[in-house]
Design a protein around this ligand. Structure first.
Ligand SMILES: Cc1cc2nc3c(=O)[nH]c(=O)nc-3n(C[C@H](O)[C@H](O)[C@H](O)COP(=O)(O)OP(=O)(O)OC[C@H]3O[C@@H](n4cnc5c(N)ncnc54)[C@H](O)[C@@H]3O)c2cc1C
Length: 404
């Protein structure tokens, strides 16, 4: 079988690319390994799919490459474009917070939208396709002139052999292996000489060291608003932090985790709306107790656990300035050193992937290997929590789909 475009991976990016190319009259074949399409779409956003973020800009993406790389694709397919498509399909939506748009009913509606769009664009889809080999056809069969539609790729699968002019890899990252994540895209990129930035879990809960576990492990379920930042160059996130029985989670930690590397610490301000130092200073002058200062600021259970290692043996009034400052710091600039992270089974995304320097920002085509494109999460572009990852999937899928 010979088509114009083979897309490997029937997730968000692959289906969107397929539909975009199909609507341009291209013959497109999607090969999906799982028995059904879009597994991650279905579980996304707690079952309601946070399908975009109206404020998405380049600043909301983590990459080891140029921060400008995502701009071209994001500008040519915007959150408003996807929202217009959602409305055209009659899907009711709402903004939850911070520009995050969710379906009112179910993530299934977004997958249905993609399937309907692909059907309209006459995209062929083969689920349950196990790819056994990808081969680049040698000249003269493969002609490299821009007008040529000669096939350049042969893909062998459990469902037969297919040839195509363009190959789009949309096989996603490594997170949630139980949903069928594979390293296929990274391995293919490396086989064709493209650099891959070492993948690691992102948007992932961080675990306690054994000392922190002993002190804070019992706080499981407790949530506090905080400022979280992985290092000085990383953004600071003002969101909730959640204590779990193994470590810290919640949006603040998930966001910071995408910038965090093993061995580093995450700086946390657990009292973002006040200066603890000023409060302690005035409490000292007024002869008040430490706990009475902290009670309006933090949950009682946290104060008890924190006090085990931090509460001074002397009354506040007798504390030297240096000790007072250390107390304030432990709450305003807690250098939390995680023991590790919860790994791919709990990570929403994969940080790293095919190096952006290898790809055209306009078409997502490999600079070294004409006709080979990488889109979506397999690329070294990771969005913040809040609909940014799907927006990258739509935008990068659209960019490649408009070119192939
Ligand atoms: C629990 C969870 C919740 C999330 N919620 C949100 C959210 O609300 N908003 C948001 O923006 N992002 C969310 N994300 C992230 C988002 O789901 C991903 O960033 C996005 O799905 C990436 O799209 P993709 O098409 O690149 O990859 P995927 O959606 O992972 O699709 C890749 C596809 O390729 C297939 N595949 C893999 N290997 C092969 C192979 N060898 N052969 C053939 N097919 C293959 C896979 O089976 C899969 O169907 C969430 C992620 C998780 C895990």
């Amino acid at each position: 079988m010979h088509v114009d475009v083979i897309v490997i991976g029937g997730g968000a990016a692959g289906l969107f690319c397929a539909r975009t190319a199909g609507l341009r009259g291209r013959q497109v074949l999607v090969l999906e390994r799982n028995p059904r399409l879009g597994n991650k779409i279905l579980i996304s956003g707690g079952g309601r799919c946070n399908f975009t973020n109206v404020g998405a800009t380049a600043a909301n993406y983590v990459t080891q490459g140029s921060p400008h790389f995502v701009k071209s694709a994001l500008a040519r397919y915007t959150p408003q474009d996807f929202l217009a498509l959602v409305e055209r399909h009659g899907i009711a939506w709402h903004e939850k917070k911070l520009g995050q748009l969710f379906c009112d009913q179910s993530s299934k509606q977004i997958l249905q939208l993609l399937e309907d769009e692909c059907a309209d664009a006459q995209v062929q889809i083969k689920v349950g396709s196990i790819i056994t080999n990808v081969e680049r056809l040698a000249a003269p069969e493969a002609s490299e002139t821009p007008e040529s539609r000669d096939p350049r790729w042969r893909v062998s699968t459990s469902q037969g052999e297919f040839r195509a002019r363009s190959l789009v890899v949309a096989s996603g990252g490594l997170s949630f292996p139980k949903l069928g994540a594979t390293p296929f895209g990274y391995e293919l990129a490396q086989r064709f000489g493209l650099q891959v930035i070492n993948p690691r879990p992102g948007l992932v809960p961080l675990t306690f060291s054994s000392a922190d576990l002993a002190q804070f492990g019992e706080l499981s379920g407790l949530s506090v608003e905080c400022l979280a930042s992985s290092h000085d160059d990383a953004p600071t996130f003002r969101e909730n932090l959640l204590f779990t029985h193994r470590g810290l989670s919640g949006p603040a930690i998930l966001q910071a985790s995408s910038y965090w590397k093993a061995g580093e610490s995450v700086r946390l301000n657990l009292v973002p709306n006040h200066s603890v130092r000023d409060l302690l200073d005035s409490a000292r002058r007024g002869g008040r107790e430490l706990k009475s200062v902290l009670r309006p600021l933090l949950p009682e259970r946290f104060i008890v656990a924190w006090s085990k290692s931090h509460a001074p043996s002397r009354p506040l009034g007798q504390l030297p300035q240096k000790e007072l400052e250390a107390l304030a710091q432990s709450l305003e600039a807690w250098e939390f050193k995680p023991g590790g992270d919860e790994g791919y089974p709990k990570a929403e995304v994969t940080v790293g992937g095919v190096a952006t320097a290898e790809l055209s920002s306009k078409t997502l085509e490999s600079r070294r290997v004409p006709g080979l494109h990488f889109i979506g999460e397999v690329v070294d572009v990771t969005g913040w929590l809040g609909g940014y990852n799907f927006q990258w999937a739509w935008a990068s899928g659209h960019a490649a789909g408009s070119f192939v």
